[in-house]
Design a protein around this ligand. Structure first.
Ligand code: FAD
Ligand code: NA7
Length: 542
C-alpha cells in the first residue's frame, strides 16, 4: 500500500463499501483495509445456520444504485446470510471496488500528527500509512462477546461463537448446547433443532419473538416493488425505524375495547416481522407501560398455546418489558415441541461451570458435543476500544469515552479527534441500518468534499472536527428522544448492559430516520454547523 493516502477506510461491510465508492467518485486517493479475508462485514463473519436479515429484502440493500435496485434478484421476503454476502460481493464487483481493498489487514493504531495534520496509521501487516482522513466503518455489532464461565477451557468438544462460525462444522446428530437467545440464538436454534440429536437452550432472559412471515414472494410482488422503489425509499427516509412500513400513530389508550386490541395484535402476529409488531399496531408500545404489558401478555399467551409442555412454556415466557431490539423467527417456539429440544432457565438454575464433557448447572449436568455461544457483541465502541486511537494532545479515544460512555456528534465525529469520521458511531439512529449507513456516508462524503474545497482555496490541509458544545447538544437531543422509553429500563446491548463492566449509557438516537436526516440536512445547510469553521479562501476569517 502507498505510504500516503488522501483517505483510508477501515472495514468492508455495507459502510466501508459505499464509502469507498463515494470518495473514489470525489477523486480521492482512497483505500479500504479489512481484517477479514474478504468483503461483507457482518455477513462475512456471521455464517451460523439460520443467519438472516430481519429487515425485509426490499429494503435491506443500498438505495443509491437505482439500476441495481431494480435488477438484482431476491426471492423471499427476507434475505439469508449467503444472499446478503453475495449481494455485497456483487456491488463490489459491479463498481470495481476490489482493486482498492486490502484484506487480512487490521488497523492496530492511529495517531493524529498535529504538525502534518495527518493520521499516522499502523497496520497489522507492518505498514505505516499517513492519511488526511481516517474513516472507520468498523461495524456496531462486530466485536464478538464471549461469556466468562469457569472451566470453559476444559471443554473437550467444539466451542464456537455464532459470529465466527467454522465453515466445516456439521451439527447433524450432535448434542448441542446454545447459550443466549437474542436474535442470533433464536435464528440458530430454529435452524439446527431438527438436525441435532439433542439441543439445550441456556437462557438467562427469555425473549419476546414473533413470526417473521418469511416465504417466497408472490408472482407480481417484485414488479410492484420496482414500480414503487423511489416512493419506498422516500418513505423509509421519512419514517422512524426505516423498515418499509408507515409506523402507527394510534395511541394504545385510544383503543379501549379489549377485543379490538387483541385483534390488532393478532393481525400483527399473522403479518409477521418484529419491528412491525412493535411499531405498526400502536405508536407507544415502547413508551406506555400498559401498552407494553399488553403486547407482552399477548406474546406470552401465544407461547403458552404453541409450546405443548407447560414447564417448557413457562421457562420460555419472558416477564420483563418488551423493549429489546424486536425479534422475529421462522418457527422458534414450535421447535421446543420436539422431544430432544429443551430449555434451561439460568435465573432459576445458573451455570456453575463448564466441564470437559458439557455444562453443569445448579440442577445437574448436560453432556454436549458442541457449545454454541450466541452471546452477542460488545456493541458500538467494542471495536474502537481494541485500537489505540490518539487524537489531539495524545488523548486516546478510549480515555475520552471512559467516564461517560461513548459519544459522537451525529454519530460521526468526536471533538479532539480531527479528520476521524465514523460510520455508525455512538448516537447514530436506531433503525434499519442500510439507510442509516447511507446517511452517515453521505454526510462524511459531504464533509470531506467541503474540506477539500477549503484545501484547494487556502492551500492548507483542512481540519474536520466537531465542537464539544455541538457534541453535548446532540447528546442532549438523544437523551430527550430516549425519555420515557422502556428500552432504557431493559438490560440489553443497546445501553451496554450485556457485557460485564461496560458503562450503562445512551448509545443511539431514538428520534427516527426522518428526524436524523433533517438534523444532518440542517447541519449541511448551515455550512456544517457544529464543526470547526473551514475557510473557503486564503482569508481564513471567511
Ligand atoms: P460491519 O458489517 O460489521 O463491518 C465492519 C467490518 O469492519 C468487519 O468486516 C470487520 O472485520 C472490520 N473491522 C473491524 N475492526 C477492524 C480493524 N481494526 N481493522 C480492520 N478491519 C476491521 N441490521 C439491520 O438493519 N437489519 C437486520 O436485519 C440486521 N440483521 C443482522 C443480523 C446479524 C446476525 C448481525 C450480527 C447484524 C445484523 N444487522 C442488521 C446489523 C448489521 O451489522 C448492519 O446491518 C450492517 O451489516 C453493518 O454494516 P457495517 O459496514 O457498518 O459494519
Ligand atoms: P444479543 O441480543 O445481545 O443476545 C445475546 C444473548 O446471549 C442474550 O440472550 C444474553 O442473555 C445471552 N448471554 C450473554 N452473555 C451471557 C452469559 N454470560 N451467560 C448466559 N447468557 C448470556 O445478541 P445477538 O447476537 O442475539 O443479537 C445482537 C444483534 O445482532 C441483534 O439485536 C440484531 O440486531 C443482530 P441476557 O439477555 O443478557 O440475559
Amino acid at each position: 500500500m502507498a505510504k500516503s493516502l488522501d483517505a483510508l477506510i477501515i472495514g468492508a461491510g455495507f459502510g466501508g463499501i459505499y464509502q469507498l465508492y463515494r470518495l473514489r467518485q470525489q477523486g480521492l486517493n482512497v483505500k479500504v483495509v479489512e481484517m477479514a479475508s474478504d468483503v461483507g462485514g457482518t455477513w462475512y463473519h456471521n455464517r451460523y445456520p439460520g443467519a438472516m436479515s430481519d429487515t425485509e429484502s426490499f429494503i435491506y440493500r443500498y438505495s443509491w444504485d437505482k439500476e441495481d435496485l431494480l435488477t438484482y434478484p431476491w426471492s423471499h421476503y427476507y434475505v439469508k446470510q449467503p444472499e446478503v454476502l453475495k449481494y455485497l460481493e456483487h456491488v463490489v464487483e459491479r463498481h470495481d471496488l476490489r482493486r482498492d481493498m486490502q484484506f487480512n489487514t487490521e488497523l492496530l493504531s492511529a495517531d493524529w500528527d498535529e504538525a502534518s495534520r495527518k493520521w499516522r496509521v499502523e497496520l497489522s501487516t507492518g505498514e505505516t500509512v499517513h492519511v488526511r482522513y481516517l474513516v472507520t466503518a468498523l461495524g456496531l455489532l462486530s466485536k464478538a462477546n464471549y461469556p466468562d464461565i469457569p472451566g470453559l477451557d476444559t471443554f473437550q468438544g467444539v466451542k464456537c461463537h455464532t459470529a465466527a462460525w467454522p465453515r466445516d462444522l456439521d451439527l447433524t446428530g450432535k448434542r448441542v448446547g446454545v447459550i443466549g437467545c437474542g436474535s442470533t440464538g433464536v435464528q440458530v436454534i430454529t435452524d439446527i433443532a431438527p438436525k441435532v440429536s439433542s439441543l439445550i437452550s441456556f437462557q438467562r432472559h427469555p425473549q419476546y419473538t414473533v413470526p417473521s412471515g418469511d416465504r417466497p414472494v408472490e408472482p407480481g410482488y417484485r414488479e410492484g416493488v420496482n414500480e414503487r422503489y423511489d416512493e419506498i425509499f422516500e418513505q423509509v427516509k421519512n419514517s422512524i425505524v426505516g423498515f418499509g412500513f408507515v409506523e402507527s400513530t394510534v395511541p394504545f389508550d385510544s383503543v379501549t375495547s379489549p377485543e379490538e386490541r387483541e385483534a390488532i395484535f393478532e393481525r400483527l402476529w399473522e403479518q409477521g416481522n418484529g419491528f412491525k409488531f412493535m411499531f405498526d399496531g400502536f405508536c407507544d408500545i415502547a413508551t406506555n407501560r400498559a401498552a407494553n404489558e399488553a403486547a407482552c401478555a399477548f406474546i406470552r399467551k401465544k407461547i403458552g398455546q404453541i409450546v405443548r409442555d407447560p414447564e417448557k412454556a413457562r421457562k420460555l415466557q419472558p416477564h420483563d418489558h418488551y423493549a429489546r431490539r424486536p425479534l422475529c423467527d421462522g418457527g422458534y417456539f414450535e421447535r421446543f415441541n420436539l422431544a430432544h429440544v429443551d430449555v434451561v432457565q439460568l435465573q432459576e438454575t445458573p451455570i456453575t461451570r463448564v466441564t470437559p464433557t458439557g455444562i453443569e448447572t445448579t440442577a445437574g449436568s448436560h453432556d454436549l458435543d458442541v457449545i454454541v455461544f450466541a452471546t452477542g457483541f460488545d456493541a458500538i465502541e467494542g471495536n474502537y476500544n481494541r485500537i489505540r486511537i490518539r487524537g489531539r494532545g495524545g488523548l486516546t479515544l478510549k480515555d475520552y469515552w471512559t467516564p461517560n460512555g461513548p459519544t459522537a456528534y451525529l454519530g460521526v465525529s468526536v471533538p479532539n479527534f480531527p479528520n476521524l469520521l465514523m460510520i455508525t458511531g455512538p448516537q447514530g439512529p436506531f433503525t434499519n441500518l442500510p439507510p442509516a449507513i447511507e446517511a452517515h456516508v453521505d454526510m462524511i462524503s459531504g464533509l470531506i468534499a467541503r474540506a477539500e474545497e477549503s484545501r484547494a482555496h487556502t492551500g492548507e490541509d483542512p481540519v474536520v472536527e466537531s465542537l464539544p458544545e455541538a457534541e453535548q447538544e446532540w447528546l442532549n437531543e438523544c437523551e430527550r428522544m430516549a425519555e420515557g422509553s422502556l428500552f432504557k429500563e431493559t438490560a440489553s446491548w443497546i445501553f451496554g448492559q450485556n457485557v460485564p463492566g461496560k458503562k450503562y449509557a445512551l448509545r443511539f438516537y431514538f428520534g427516527g430516520l426522518k428526524s436524523f436526516y433533517e438534523a444532518v440536512q440542517k447541519v449541511i445547510d448551515n455550512d456544517y454547523a457544529g464543526f470547526k469553521p473551514m475557510a473557503v479562501s486564503a482569508d481564513t476569517s471567511k
